[in-house]
Design a protein around this ligand. Sequence first.
Ligand code: G3I
Length: 304
Amino acid sequence: ATTLGASAAEQGRYFGTAVAAYKLSDTTYANLLRTEFNSVTPENEMKWDATEPSQGTFSYGSADQIVNLAKSQGKKVRGHALAWHSQQPPWAQSLSGTALRNAMVNHVTQVATHYKGQIDSWDVVNEAFADGGSGARRDSNLQRTGNDWIEVAFRAARAADPAAKLCYNDYNTDGQNAKSNAVYAMVQDFKARGVPIDCVGFQSHFNAQSPLPADYQANLQRFANLGVDVQITELDIEGSGTAQANSYAAVVRACLAVTRCNGITVWGIRDSDSWRASGTPLLFDGSGNKKPAYTATLTALNGG
Ligand code: G3I
């Protein structure tokens, strides 16, 4: 096929992008979104600070805008993210202990209920493990409510929206290392104890310091072998030209080689849409023109 989404669909996958609601009025952006992608992830609009700006008061306007557009265009939605140490509203940042735990559970329940039946996959918990070699949980206000906070969040999400796939999502877990080993052990434990988890998201933010690992496919496969789906959730790759194109193609081929790799999401459409302050990590340039990385991605999605 001739677009990213249609080509991925022929392989039984989706190809998505992060979307910012405030950019939907930009016609270049909206046209690329409409034609090239068949899944969307709200980049910031479903986060705790956006959806519950004051405790018990929920605000879904920007996220609903994205979800409604996606529905009207037949696209899947990845929900991002129910429980995370970052982008918490100030009121949550100031809570601890039982008050924070109860607020977190209520937040998961309310947001997952609001979007019940409309979300393909939820990032239930995001970035809960520490960087480096410790294999430990990341210290955070949520972690300090008790080590069981992650499974409590997953159980609340399942109860609220039984049809959504429930994912754990993280970065620097793309190859086999101490951090991904720790996530692996958690998923294995959840499966053994019947904690509801359906998928693991690999953010895949790559640059010179953190390049595409040689064992990327093997790492996706070992998680899939635990009985969960795997998804590439926030892909961007610093660089340009042939080197960047080859890396994008390698990511696509790795996903296609893993039966339980459902889809790939890039973290923005044009280079100018990227969260990175500088650089050219995406598939379209700032004017919306297709880059070599686009062509390589499309070719790989078509089995080339
Ligand atoms: O909306 C306000 C605006 O009103 C204000 O004037 C402006 C001034 O700084 O800030 C705007 O909010 C920013 C928001 O993006 C929307 O553009 C925040 O400051 C900024 O922190 C926020 O950054 C987001 C970042 O997550 C926050 O952690 C990025 O857009 C988003 O791409 C990034 O996404 C994360 C994933 O959620 C998790 N994985 C890593 C990934 C990249 O960092």
